[in-house]
Design a binder for this molecule. Structure first.
Ligand SMILES: Nc1nc2c(c(=O)[nH]1)N(C=O)[C@@H](CNc1ccc(C(=O)N[C@@H](CCC(=O)O)C(=O)O)cc1)CN2
Ligand SMILES: Nc1ncnc2c1ncn2[C@@H]1O[C@H](COP(=O)(O)OP(=O)(O)OP(=O)(O)O)[C@@H](O)[C@H]1O
Length: 217
C-alpha cells in the first residue's frame, strides 16, 4: 500500500481563493499519482460495490455518472454493474470544446478519449445539459469534499454550472478516496459563492452522508 497523505494549504481572508484551490488541486493530484494501477483497479471495484449497493442507486431508473481519467476514482466496474442491471447511465460529453452535455452509456468499450488528459466520452448523439434532470442519482468526480459537502473539482466549473439541472431531492454523491474528506471545522476547503454542495461522499469502504438528502445542491 502506498502512504497517502491529506495535504492542506492554510489560507486566510486575504488570499485569492482560485489560487488556493489550484494549490489544493496540485497537492491532491500529487497524492493520487502515488497509487499504483493495481491499487486503482481494486479501488474501482470497491467504489462499484459501495455505490451499486446504495438503496437509492438500486431504485434508480437513470443514474448520471462519469467516466474516470487515470488517477480519478475509477468507474468502469460501476458503469458495467449498472448497465448489466438495466439502469440507464448518463455520462458527461465535452465535445470539441467544453460543452456541458450528456449521452447515454451504451458500453464501457465504446467510450473514447478524444484528447490526452480528457475523460473518455460516449461517441453517440448527445443530449443537452438539462438531460441531467432525468437522473434519479448523480455521481460526480471530486478531488476532495469537506464535511459540509463542499466539493473541490477539476477547476472548470463544469459541475458547479450543470448541477442546476438536478431535480430537487435527487442525491448528489461524490466519489473520493478516504483521505480526500476534509473536516469542515478544522480544515475547511476554500469555498467561493458559486460552489455547490454534495449530499454525500462515497469512499472505497462506505457512504458518508454530509447533508440532508432533501437539501438543494
Ligand atoms: N472523469 C471526469 N469527467 C468529467 C470531469 C472530471 O473532473 N472528471 N469534469 C469535471 O469538471 C467535467 C469536465 N472535465 C474536464 C476534464 C479535463 C479537461 C481538460 O481540459 N483537460 C486538459 C488536459 C489536462 C491534463 O492533462 O490533466 C486538456 O484537454 O488539455 C476539461 C474538462 C465533466 N467530465
Ligand atoms: N455557476 C457558475 N456560473 C458562472 N461561472 C461559474 C459557475 N460556477 C463556476 N464558475 C466559474 O468556473 C471556474 C472554476 O470554478 P471552480 O474552481 O469552483 O471549479 P470546480 O468546482 O473545482 O470544477 P468542476 O466543477 O469543473 O469539477 C471559476 O472561474 C468560476 O468562477
Amino acid at each position: 500500500m502506498s502512504a497517502i497523505a491529506q495535504p492542506y494549504v492554510p489560507f486566510g481572508s486575504g488570499d485569492e481563493l482560485p489560487v488556493v484551490k489550484e494549490q489544493f488541486r496540485r497537492a491532491i493530484i500529487a497524492e493520487r499519482d502515488k497509487r499504483s494501477p493495481r491499487e486503482l483497479e481494486r479501488a474501482a471495484h470497491d467504489f462499484a460495490q459501495v455505490v451499486g449497493d446504495l438503496q437509492q442507486v438500486r431504485a434508480a431508473r437513470t443514474v448520471a455518472a462519469y467516466a474516470a481519467r487515470a488517477s480519478e476514482p475509477g468507474t468502469s466496474p460501476l458503469l458495467d454493474r449498472l448497465s448489466r442491471r438495466g439502469t440507464r447511465v448518463l455520462l458527461p460529453v465535452l465535445g470539441t470544446g467544453l460543452q456541458r452535455e450528456w449521452a447515454p452509456l451504451t458500453s464501457v468499450e465504446e467510450l473514447e478519449i478524444r484528447a490526452p488528459g480528457r475523460p473518455p466520452e460516449p461517441a453517440g448523439p448527445t443530449l443537452g445539459p438539462d438531460a441531467l434532470a432525468e437522473a434519479d442519482v448523480v455521481v460526480v468526480p471530486a478531488l476532495a469534499v469537506d464535511t459540509a459537502g463542499y466539493r473541490l473539482g477539476h477547476g472548470g466549473g463544469w459541475y458547479d454550472r450543470v448541477l442546476e439541472h438536478v431535480r430537487p431531492g435527487v442525491p448528489v454523491i461524490a466519489l473520493v478516496f478516504g483521505e480526500e474528506i476534509y473536516d469542515a471545522d478544522s480544515q475547511p476547503l476554500p469555498v467561493e459563492p458559486h460552489d455547490r454542495r454534495v449530499h454525500a461522499a462515497v469512499t472505497t469502504t462506505k457512504l458518508r452522508e454530509l447533508r440532508d438528502w432533501s437539501e438543494p445542491v
